[in-house]
Design a protein around this ligand. Sequence first.
Ligand code: 5AD
Ligand code: SF4
Length: 514
Amino acid sequence: MNEEQRKQQTKVMEETSSADKKSVKEKDYSQYFQTTFVPPDLKQAKKRGKEDISVHYDFDIPEDMKGIGKGKKFLIRTYGCQMNEHDSENMAGILLSMGFESTTLTEDADVILLNTCAIRENAENKVFGEIGNLKPMKRDNPGLIVGVCGCMSQEESVVNKILQKHQHVDLIFGTHNIHRLPELLKNAIFNKEMVVEVWSKEGDIIENMPRARKGKFQGWVNIMYGCDKFCTYCIVPYTRGKERSRRPEDIIEEVRHLARNGYKEITLLGQNVNAYGKDLEDMDYGLGDLMDEIRKIDIPRVRFTTSHPRDFDDHLIEVLAKGGNLVEHIHLPVQSGNSDVLKLMARKYTRDHYVTLAKKIKKAIPHASFTTDIIVGFPNETEEQFQDTLSLMEEMDYDSAYTYIYSPREGTPAAKMVDNVPMEVKKDRLQRLNALVNEMSARKNKAYEGTVVEVLVEGESKKNPDVLMGRTRTNRLVNFRGPKSAIGELIHVKITEAKTWSLNGEVTEIVEVK
Ligand code: 5AD
Ligand code: SF4
């Protein structure tokens, strides 16, 4: 963003923050958006230009905001995907730099931020439930700052609803202006007015925001922002903006830094990581090239998510086949096994194309576990088309799958389709699909019995603190008894029993696997 744009945004924010809550209530909201802040506009989001994105390395907390949080505590509640978890780590970093301390207790918090997810309606309902729950707390403690950020804030309808029904919210900001948190929070604290700043257009890449990583040995590394695929059911290209890749040297430096600090596993993140590099105009560089560099860094495990079959190229397959720290787990969302449905979803591949690609990957990386995402009940999906999804599951012999009922998202092309599939039918399809997924997962797990696997010990099992849990390179969950000192270490575990969704085992040696 240039200086002029920044001034414009600051002006917008100031106008917004000085707006009187009462007058907001009485006004026509559409007019309010036009005059006081850039509205989340789905049509505009689709008209993406080729404007240059600048990278900034000069983020700093203004001097007068560094002590604002002294003696105060914050809590960030994160919903949705890993990208939100990643963003919450940036927000936590910013808040710590402003003098706040973190807390896990709602009643102790002076600032509560809800980092929201818009992918399906039930995700949004959960957040609205939580916003409602915070109302009595805000009444008892008027000094409490309640903020809503993340993907839902990028939706005009959500912002409208908060303005109309949840006046106890103090701050709304989106996914593109997290770096503005210090100024926004300062306004929310001192003006006691609802501060709303949502950028409908993505901004520049801000490289050096402070970061409070949650994991001490597992870390997220974002490699790109946004998505340009516009699958017809998906809200992400609107809430996260256009595809923007981080510079390879910045990513590699971040990975090296994590390696130096003893991290054992990193996950490269992006909404569509396979499109990495396409927007880097000064270089011909893709995900394969990046992974080939990261492969040489001394960090035991490297994962990546999420892939789109369209951009999964031969060079990447070649690099992944080299193994080493590039773990053998491929998550390749297919969404449907029927080519007509895939066309309506605008996935831009057919079932045959997907199968050919997946087989090529399986051949190159024979021991890879393979997982996918499936949506059932897309508008007008027939029983026959659903059967194609079931048959694809068998044909691909997946290790596991994340399965969802289609949820219409306002403003997306699919939401405008007339849908003749009743909800009971969709639920029934989900159940039948899940039964098959369970059976496949159990079958795959059975094959692990008696084998010795490398496990990164993540912590105590949620169900039983005497038991430890960790994951294999193929992302299988393993439970076993062992010393707490093994947490954060790579160890060898012999699998004694396979369950549907996890493996039980016993430690054979607590020696670091190299
Ligand atoms: N309804 C249901 N599932 C969806 N997904 C994305 N959008 C929707 C929607 N509108 C699923 C896709 C995607 C995963 C992250 O969420 O399967 O791969
Ligand atoms: Fe959504 Fe993924 Fe499709 Fe992008 S590629 S539009 S994030 S489903």
